[in-house]
Design a protein around this ligand. Sequence first.
Ligand code: PLP
Length: 397
Amino acid sequence: PIYMDNHATTRTDPRVVEAMLPYFSETYGNPGSVGHSFGEEAHEAVEIATGSIAECLHADPREIIFTSGATESNNLAIRGVAERNQRRGKHLVSVRTEHRAVLEPLERLGQSGYTVTLLDVEQHGSSQAGWLDPERVAEALQDDTILVSVMLANNEIGVIQSLAEIAAVCRHSGVLLHCDATQAVGKIPVDVRELGVDLMSFSGHKIYGPKGIGALYVRQGSPIVRYSPQITGGGQQGGRRSGTLNVPGIVGMAKALQLCVEEMPTEMERLADLRDRLLTNLQDRVTCVSLCGPATGERSAAGGRLRLPGNLDVAFGDIDGEALIMEIGNLAVSSGATCSSHEPGPSHVLLALGLGEDLARSSLRFGLGRFNTSAEVDLAVESVSHAVEKLRKLGAR
Ligand code: PLP
């Protein structure tokens, strides 16, 4: 089977595995055990990895907090800021198209006395579908707003939000800005200073690194970003997130990010070409294919891309995406029929774009990545077009 579900997760790059291996059974000390060489060596490995991650993101090493993944990072940022700043206000702003790992913590806060405003995005049919106009953020801010959370790149439709403009709006009003950059880090240039975010989540397994490791960037300096730790215990990481550090994971995530950044200039072009080839050939072979999300060649006002290079989401209208995936068989992609295996019903992201339930259910999401080739793209087009034709003949819904 061909793997084209790189937004869900990625294959760990063999170079990453190699970098991690010594930290399982050779350099296995606890980085918190500074009294002996085992601990010191592990501590040093973590220091080097942290420095490398910080450099890739133009951050300071002290601004990186390791977590178990982006879900935990999002929870730490949102719940931590809300808990710590509740005397200042209890209003939070986010977007309808965010990942569940942002929406769920917000929903929980909504049940315990906070108010949450979820903003709308540009609608299906627009060449900027899925894009959040920073003006909407400005309009949503209130005197009691404490946090805005906006993702950098969407995991379904690949739309890239204008974080720098949103950051300017937030800074002007003294409101903290969190960004879930899980799908952007390693895939498009991410510079925390240029983006102007206060907190930013990312994860190892989306960038050809291991699962179970992620980080939260927390800006240092003034004004101070205040938040309450959510996992307390041994006081590791300055008490900001307790628990023994995942040394192989940290080393692996650092190596993975470094490789992504080194290869980014050519890889972005390669993936955009593959994605364009996939879309063009699908449109040639299949009738009534509609693109979900922003136009692939669309640029933001600031001149940046509006869509992740490796992302494609298309709807077929009259077929169920799950049935289509079953029919295709040899291609690993995901469908908008369910947002995830844990969320029944059509994707909330596609519904937020204004797609009807049937159209949303008929969509396929492709996530092209490092190990995909143009031959695989051509095979995918073959498989999808045959399956669509067959299901349409059967009149299956
Ligand atoms: N945020 C976004 C945008 C994602 O795509 C994902 C991955 O599913 C997550 C958060 C959760 O990341 P993790 O699996 O590292 O918890």
